[in-house]
Design a protein around this ligand. Structure first.
Ligand SMILES: C[S@@+](CC[C@H](N)C(=O)[O-])C[C@H]1O[C@@H](n2cnc3c(N)ncnc32)[C@H](O)[C@@H]1O
Length: 216
């Protein structure tokens, strides 16, 4: 954990309870070790939904649909969510969970590798004013090349897990060989977010680290 566990516990204890269908989905994910957004990220997403009042949301990395269901619960009435997942087992679960939502008609679930799906969305001329990136970390850089042209000025791009439990600050030699590529690519991604002239980015040590970017 990058934030003192007692502090996290205290802050999470201040959170209000999730609606029953989200609480059930969260409990299922935790029990079955499906990686989903933490309480801190949930709170941040809700904050930015309220602030931004988006009309079109894009999520990369649905898993079983927990964060998609949360986005759908708190997004404005005239908003539409598109979410992408590629793993067959997760797709089956997500389809079921997203279909059960009250606002299931406001959700488009796209399946396949996000690299390909994002390329198609871009070529079709889609625009999104709120993007939540929560998929394969090593691919964020290439996802970004497709996402950037789809962001109008003022759009928000929120990226989860960017500090990798704090290991992002370590030298690549102290990172296990298995994780070295992700480590290197995440550093490249963060450098890009901070130096790309089209973006203003703040990286915050919340949850596992979140990058908050606004398209200029
Ligand atoms: C951390 S989980 C997403 C959790 C979800 N956002 C939530 O909080 O409920 C990341 C998901 O991204 C999916 N994923 C990874 N690489 C992907 C890719 N290239 N295309 C589509 N989905 C991908 C994984 O299968 C996994 O289910």
């Amino acid at each position: 954990m990058i934030v003192e566990p007692r502090l996290v516990e205290y802050l999470n204890s201040l959170e209000t309870e999730l609606p029953p269908h989200l609480a059930k989905l969260e409990a299922y994910a935790l029990e079955h070790e499906v990686p989903i957004i933490r309480k801190e990220a949930q709170s941040l997403l809700r904050f930015f939904l309220e602030l931004k009042q988006p009309k079109k949301i894009l999520e990369v990395g649905t898993a079983i649909g927990f964060s998609a269901s949360l986005l759908c619960e708190y997004m404005p009435a005239d908003c539409h969510l598109t979410t992408i997942e590629k793993v067959p087992m997760r797709i089956v679960e997500a389809e079921k969970n997203l279909a059960a939502l009250k606002r299931s008609q406001d959700v488009t679930f796209l399946t396949g590798d996000a690299e390909e799906v994002l390329k198609n969305l871009k070529e079709q001329g889609n625009q999104y004013d709120f993007v939540f990136m929560d998929a394969a970390k090593a691919q964020y850089m290439s996802f970004l090349t497709h996402i950037l042209p789809m962001l109008p000025s003022g759009a928000l791009l929120i990226t989860d897990n960017v500090l990798q439990e704090g290991s992002i600050v370590e030298s690549k030699y102290s990172i296990t060989r298995r994780d070295r590529t992700i480590h290197m690519r995440m550093r490249e991604y963060l450098y890009e977010l901070k130096h790309n002239e089209c973006l203003t980015t703040s990286i915050v040590a919340v949850g596992d680290g979140m990058a908050l970017s606004v398209k200029r």
